[in-house]
Design a protein around this ligand. Structure first.
Ligand SMILES: Cc1ncc(C[n+]2csc(CCOP(=O)(O)OP(=O)(O)O)c2C)c(N)n1
Length: 513
C-alpha cells in the first residue's frame, strides 16, 4: 500500500465519502488511489473556490466532513475566500493540499509556496505529512480535528513522495467527544431571566436547528425575553411549524434599533453582535452601552445542551406552543418584480424540505419574514462576507442531500466569482434552481458609498456598474450545460420556477430586477 492508498482507506474507514477536487501533478497518486479504491464520490470543480464552498455546504447539511483535493499553495489560495466563509460557519472540512515532494521542495520550483502560511489563518489543524508510513495516521488526526465540535477546517499537506512511496498504513480517526457547557453559565442565565429585566437571547450555531430553537423560544416566551439570530448564520431550520426567528439586521441603524433597550444579552452559541464595518460616527458594537453580555454557551461549547439544562433549571416545557401554522402563503404573486413578491412566490412554490442558499446580497435583505410560512426548509447564508459562495454552496448542498431541492437566490455580481460551479451542477445532474437577481450593478456598494459619507462621481459609479456589457446569464449557463431562461415579470418567474422544480437536473433563471 502506498501513502495515497492509505489516505483513501483512512478517509473511507472514517466515513468521509465525498471529495471535491481540482487536482494537479503533485496529486496524481492520490487521484490514482481514488480511482483504484471504490467508496469515494469524486466531484470535479473547475475552480478551487467551488471546491471549498461546496465542501462548506456539504458539512452544513450533513454534519459530516467532505475532503477537498487542492493543488499546492496557489490552488489552496484560490480556495481561501470560501474557506474563510467555512471557517466563519464552523464547518468541518478535511482540506487536502498536494505539494512538492519532500526532497524537491528545497529546489524552490515554481509552484513551491508557503502552504502552511496560507492555510493557518483558516484552519484549526495544519499538518504536513513527512513520510508515506505516517500518511494514514496524519489523515486520521486531520479527520478527528475536522469532526471536533463545532467543526474545523483541518488542512493536511501531502507531498507527492509521501503519496507514491510504499509503506502506507491505514489510520483510525476518533469520534471526538461532544463539547460540554458550563453549569455556572446556565445558573447565571437562569438568574438573569428570573430577574425580569429586558433580556435577549442571541441564538447561533447548532442551536438554530428546529428542536433547540423551539426550546429557546419556549424559554424566551416563559420569561418575556426577545430572541434574534446573528446577521449571517450558517444554517437555520425554518418554515411552517418551526420558530420564526429574525436576524440581527445588516444596516447598523436597524440593528441598533432591534437591540435598543436590552439590558442583558445572553449569547447561545453566538458571539456579541458587531457592525460588519465601521462607519463614521456609528458604534461598532450593536447592543446598548449599558447592556450586560452573558455567554450561556460560547461557539465552541454545546449550545443545545446548555439550552436543555437551562430549560430544566427554569422548569420550562419543551413545547413552546409557538408554532405558526396559520398557512399564510399569500402567493405566488403576479405583476412587477419586487423583493417581497419574489419571497412570497418562493414561499408558495418551494417544495417541502427545500434547501435555500442565500447569496442575494442587497436584494434579499427582506426575504426572511415572507418565508416564515413556507414549507419547512433549511436556509444557508454567506457567513464570512466573502462573496462568491452561493453557487458553490448550492452545489455542495445538492451533493449532500440528493433527495432535496436546492434553490439558490443569487446576486449577479457575487455569482460571477465562482460561476464555474454551474458546470459541476450540470455534470453531476444536481437538482439546483439558480435564480440570478440580475440588477447589473454592485447595488450594495452604491448604498455603502452614501453610508461612509462619500460623494461619488462618474469614475466611482462606473466601478459599481455591471452593464456595458450586460452579462448574458442564459448563454453563460447554457455554455456550461445548464438550461436557462429569462424572466422579466413575476408571472414569468412563477411559471419558470414551477417547471424548474419539476424537472431533474439544474436550471437557471435570470430574473431581471
Ligand atoms: C471576496 C470579496 N470581494 C469583494 C467584496 C466586496 N463586495 C461586497 S458586496 C459586493 C458587490 C455585490 O454585488 P452583487 O452580488 O451583484 O449584489 P448587489 O450588491 O447587487 O445586491 C462586493 C464587490 C466582498 N465582500 N468579498
Amino acid at each position: 500500500m502506498n501513502g495515497a492508498e492509505s489516505l483513501v482507506q483512512t478517509l473511507i474507514a472514517a466515513g468521509v465519502d465525498t471529495v471535491f477536487a481540482n487536482p494537479g501533478t503533485s496529486e496524481m497518486h492520490f487521484v490514482a488511489a481514488l480511482d483504484r479504491i471504490p467508496g469515494i464520490r469524486c466531484v470535479l470543480c473547475l475552480d478551487e473556490g467551488v471546491v471549498t464552498g461546496a465542501a462548506d455546504a456539504y458539512w452544513r447539511m450533513t454534519g459530516k466532513p467532505a475532503a477537498t483535493l487542492l493543488h499546492c499553495g496557489p490552488g489552496l489560495a484560490n480556495g481561501l475566500a470560501n474557506l474563510h466563509n467555512a471557517w466563519r460557519a464552523s464547518s468541518g472540512i478535511v482540506n487536502i493540499v498536494g505539494d512538492q515532494a519532500t526532497y524537491h521542495r528545497p529546489l524552490d520550483a515554481p509552484l513551491t509556496a508557503d502552504v502552511e502560511g496560507w492555510a493557518t489563518p483558516v484552519s484549526g489543524f495544519v499538518r504536513r505529512c513527512m513520510k508515506a508510513s505516517d500518511v494514514g495516521r496524519d489523515a486520521a488526526a486531520a479527520i478527528t480535528a475536522a469532526k471536533s465540535y463545532p467543526g474545523k477546517i483541518a488542512t493536511l499537506i501531502l507531498p507527492a513522495d509521501t503519496a507514491w512511496d510504499e509503506g502506507g498504513a491505514v489510520g483510525v480517526a476518533d469520534e471526538p467527544e461532544p463539547a460540554s457547557f458550563r453549569d455556572e453559565a446556565v445558573a447565571k442565565a437562569a438568574e438573569i431571566l428570573r430577574a425580569g429585566e429586558e433580556t435577549m437571547l442571541l441564538i447561533g450555531g447548532p442551536a438554530l436547528m428546529a428542536a433547540p430553537l423551539h426550546l429557546a423560544a419556549a424559554i424566551a416566551a416563559a420569561f418575556g425575553a426577545k430572541m434574534l439570530a446573528p446577521v449571517s448564520p450558517a444554517r437555520v431550520e425554518r418554515g411552517r411549524g418551526r420558530v420564526p426567528i429574525a436576524r440581527v439586521p445588516y444596516p447598523v441603524d436597524m440593528a441598533l434599533a432591534a437591540l435598543a433597550g436590552i439590558k442583558n444579552l445572553i449569547l447561545v452559541g453566538a458571539t456579541a453582535p458587531v457592525a460588519f464595518f465601521a462607519y463614521p460616527d456609528k458604534p461598532g458594537y450593536l447592543y446598548p452601552l449599558d447592556c450586560k453580555v452573558h455567554e450561556l454557551a460560547r461557539t465552541d461549547e454545546d449550545a443545545c445542551g446548555a439550552l436543555e439544562a437551562l430549560a430544566d433549571v427554569l422548569n420550562v416545557s419543551h413545547d413552546p406552543g409557538l408554532r405558526r401554522d396559520d398557512d399564510a402563503r399569500a402567493g405566488p404573486l403576479t405583476g412587477d418584480i419586487t423583493p417581497e413578491k419574489l419571497a412570497r412566490s418562493l414561499a408558495a412554490l418551494m417544495p417541502e424540505d427545500a434547501i435555500i442558499v442565500d447569496e442575494a446580497i442587497s436584494y434579499g435583505r427582506g426575504f426572511y419574514p415572507y418565508t416564515y410560512n413556507a414549507p419547512k426548509h433549511d436556509w444557508l447564508q454567506l457567513t464570512g462576507g466573502a462573496i462568491g459562495s452561493g453557487l458553490p454552496m448550492a452545489t455542495g448542498a445538492a451533493i449532500a442531500c440528493p433527495d432535496r431541492r436546492v434553490i439558490n437566490l443569487q446576486a449577479d455580481g457575487s455569482a460571477m466569482y465562482t460561476v464555474q460551479a454551474l458546470w459541476t451542477q450540470a455534470r453531476e445532474k444536481l437538482d439546483v434552481v439558480t435564480i440570478i437577481l440580475s440588477n447589473r450593478k454592485y447595488a450594495i456598494l452604491i448604498n455603502e458609498l452614501a453610508n461612509v459619507g462619500a460623494n461619488p462621481g462618474a469614475t466611482a459609479m462606473n466601478m459599481l456598474d455591471l452593464s456595458n456589457p450586460d452579462i448574458d446569464w442564459t448563454n453563460i449557463a447554457e455554455g456550461m450545460g445548464v438550461p436557462a431562461a429569462r424572466a422579466a415579470t413575476m408571472d414569468e418567474l412563477n411559471q419558470l420556477l414551477r417547471a424548474a422544480l419539476e424537472r431533474d437536473g439544474p436550471f437557471l433563471i435570470e430574473l431581471l430586477v
